[in-house]
Design a protein around this ligand. Structure first.
Ligand code: MG
Length: 334
């Protein structure tokens, strides 16, 4: 067997932990964010020396940390991958799902590295391997999440002048009156931009509908995940009651959950993240369900750096239904 040439065989898989600083204070419906985030970089090399990079950006409110992610890659996923044919991406994605339940961040990082290898081998960008670009630019949304709102207003003003057309206000950690103030101040400061709100599961189910109704008059692009994952019965009620589109984020990770979302009419649109779906193929499966159900999707993030954001940009470039823009602002603005 050793004498047989297998140029695409995975010969080496390396896992690196990196810690990055977040350059500004951030608060969400799940609390104030730590100023350091752990990420995991995966480097896979084939027998004939092609190298691919992948990145996992886990965040505990979504289920994993850099430690659990690195351990998942180094343990069960390494056993699945070593010696395997790197070009069999769909088969390996399936085998990873059989080898290890959950851990979409770890699987996304590995799959990303495999796509990188496929692109280098083909001499083509990954979006070309996914069917070709349907768009050449992706609208960028910046998240207004600084507890010092005045600082964010200054940022927003400058960014709107730079051409940023969407701002997502993080809600769910102050009082309702504070958000109404913030949303109208932002509207006044940047009259031409689209404004969205993201509660990150921050509202109590019994008050969520009443509070979201107050936002209905503000003509927001969408209201994201007002209540906790698991309370989709209430989410569906809010989506049915509001004129403003409701976006599911924490409630929908996989294609299966997307199907549940469509059947249960939980939301009007959904945030797709490589770190929730478990990679580009799984994200596309989830998006295909959303597209079939008439729910446009959005390129969400946890705390990704450049590698994962580049992969997600290729995904959005080649996926028509991912038409609500993205929040890939971290490396440049935070
Ligand atoms: Mg969100």
């Amino acid at each position: 067997r050793a004498s047989t040439a297998m140029p695409d065989r995975i010969a080496r898989l390396q896992v690196f932990r990196i810690d990055s600083e977040i350059g500004m204070r951030r608060a969400h419906g799940s609390g104030e964010i730590a100023r350091r985030v752990g990420r995991v970089i995966v480097r896979i090399a084939t027998e004939d020396g092609i190298e691919g990079l992948g990145e996992a950006a886990p965040w505990a409110p979504f289920g994993n940390t850099a430690d659990t992610t690195a351990a998942a890659i180094d343990g069960p996923l390494r056993a699945t991958l070593e010696g395997a044919d790197a070009t069999r991406i769909a088969a390996l994605a399936d085998e990873m799902d059989h080898a290890l339940m959950g851990h979409p961040e770890a699987k996304a990082a590995v799959e990303m590295a495999l796509w990188d290898i496929a692109g280098r081998r083909a001499g083509a960008p990954v979006h070309a391997l996914l069917g070709g670009a349907v768009r050449v630019a992706i609208p960028l949304s910046f998240s207004i999440a600084d507890p010092d709102f005045a600082a964010d207003l200054d940022r927003a003003r400058a960014m709107a002048e730079e051409g940023i057309g969407i701002f997502k206000v993080k809600t769910g950690f102050l009082t309702h009156a504070d958000y109404l103030d913030r949303l109208s101040a932002l509207r006044e400061t940047c009259p031409a931009v689209e404004i969205r709100a993201d509660y990150n599961q921050g509202l109590a189910p019994e008050e969520a509908l009443r509070l979201c109704r107050d936002l209905d008059a503000l003509e927001l692009g969408f209201i994201e995940q007002p209540i906790r994952r698991g309370q989709e019965r209430v989410l569906a009620m809010i989506a049915a009651a509001l004129d403003t589109p409701v976006m599911a984020d924490e409630s929908v990770f996989s294609a299966t959950e997307m199907l549940d979302c469509a059947h249960g009419a939980w939301a009007d649109c959904v945030s797709i993240k490589l770190m929730k779906a478990g990679g580009i193929l799984r994200a596309r499966e989830a998006d295909a369900v959303a597209a079939a159900a008439g729910m446009p999707t959005y390129g969400g993030t946890l705390w990704e750096g450049g590698v994962a954001l580049a992969a997600a940009a290729h995904l959005i470039a080649a996926t028509p239904n991912m038409r609500l823009g993205c929040e890939f602002y971290m490396p440049r603005y935070v």
